[in-house]
Write a protein that binds this ligand. Structure first.
Ligand SMILES: *Cc1c(COP(=O)(O)O)cnc(C)c1O
Length: 379
């Protein structure tokens, strides 16, 4: 057996990113300051949003956004059942109830046709996830939200770079939340952001990420000492200059990385095209897919065995996702059972995510394709 190690993910920090980070480490301000401001400006510009706010994680970005729109006890937030736990956990932190919606069989995204019937007088918002990097049908979701006067939040942890029908991420929502966690397409290990076009929301987020204080440490340093008032009970989830220094130049390379992932995805799709034991989620032609994850669908009865065997061959793989209603916390709290969200369950049972990142070499991807083809041709 060939001894190889193809990690599930490798980051792309360049010498420029590291230099920028060293500059911060040699400066006074490790925490929120000039670098965060620079990153926010560039990030907002990339997404054509009026404002961006650097946050410590996407989870906190979602929580802060839900708090801003006043989600609390007795409230309901409509969301997809096929996501990472962060999405629905943010709703739980507010004391509200996530109302799970089943997904589209071809894409795994929230099924917009099922949203309207889930709306009740308690519904405050619709929180969608652009699964794997393919945008949800935001035009339709915005229409439904407007009809019932609901807010729309995009969990865009998988999709900074995507478009659908010419619409960008965050463009039709009230807020979009992003992640720069260790395995995302640009990363600072941990990190997040919120984009919005609302000045009022922006002003609130800037304070709410730092306890509701009116001035941050850098403000107080560059100006004369000023007393710092706390205007309301905020939280502690500001982005640091260290994180921003790693992100600020990655943002310049984000579309180069996307093109590289696009070409790798094409190689995968071509490599599996003759294997009848493998299907993949649909890539809609009206979309720019952010290509965050490349997932394949195999026989649900053999999925776990295939996952183990791929790993034995030295290839890192993952499962995105085990549907949220199957997680013990949600199952116990709300009494969910198998059969409640059949489409998401089916995807959860058959899905495998393969390595997809710019530094994956031609040799490596060929090895992954050959290995997966060999392991799935079981009859
Ligand atoms: C990674 C991820 C998050 C959480 O991001 P953090 O920055 O780690 O909080 C949220 N939602 C989805 C869909 C994710 O994949």
């Amino acid at each position: 057996m060939i001894k190889r190690k193809i990690e599930f993910f490798r980051h792309n920090l360049s010498s420029q990113d590291k230099k920028e980070c060293l500059k911060v480490l040699g400066s006074i301000f490790l925490t929120t300051g000039e670098l965060v401001r620079q990153f926010e400006q560039k990030f907002a510009q990339y997404l054509k949003a009026n404002y961006a706010v650097g946050i410590s994680s996407c989870t906190d970005a979602l929580f802060l956004t839900l708090k801003y729109i006043g989600v609390g006890r007795q409230d309901e937030v409509i969301t997809t059942v096929l996501s990472y736990a962060a999405t629905s956990n943010a709703i739980e932190y507010c004391g509200a109830k996530p109302i799970f919606i089943d997904v589209e069989p071809d894409t795994g995204n929230i099924n917009a046709d099922l949203i309207e019937r889930a709306i009740t007088p308690r519904t405050k918002a619709i929180l969608v996830v652009h699964l794997y990097g393919l945008m949800c049908n935001m035009k339709k979701i915005r229409q439904i939200a407007d009809k019932y006067h609901l807010k729309v939040i995009e969990d865009a942890a998988h999709c900074i770079e995507g478009k659908r029908d010419g619409v960008r991420v965050g463009e039709l929502a009230d807020f979009a939340c992003f992640s720069f966690y260790a395995t995302k397409t640009i990363t600072s290990g941990e990190g997040g952001a919120i984009t919005t076009n609302s000045k009022r929301a922006y002003d609130w987020f800037i304070k709410a990420r730092l306890h509701g204080m009116s001035k941050n440490a850098a403000d107080r340093y560059v100006k004369r000492y000023q007393h710092n008032d706390m205007e309301f009970l905020g939280y502690k989830c500001n982005m640091s200059n260290i994180a921003a220094s790693l992100l600020v130049h990655q943002l310049d390379r984000i579309d180069i990385y996307l093109r590289r992932r696009e070409s790798l995805a094409r190689i995968y799709t071509q490599g599996f095209s003759k294997n009848t034991a493998i299907q993949m989620p649909e890539v809609l032609s009206n979309c720019v897919h952010a290509r965050y994850l490349y997932t394949i669908w195999v026989d649900p009865k053999k999925r776990d065995e295939i996952v183990n065997k791929i790993q034995d061959k030295g290839i890192g793989v993952a499962v995105h996702f085990f549907p949220l209603h199957f997680l013990s916390y949600y199952r116990k709290k709300y009494g969910y059972k198998r059969g409640d969200f059949p489409v998401a369950e089916r995807i959860g049972d058959k899905t495998i995510s393969l390595p997809l990142y710019p530094r994956l070499s031609a040799k490596e991807i060929k090895y992954v394709i050959d290995t997966v083809n060999e392991l799935t041709n079981y009859d």
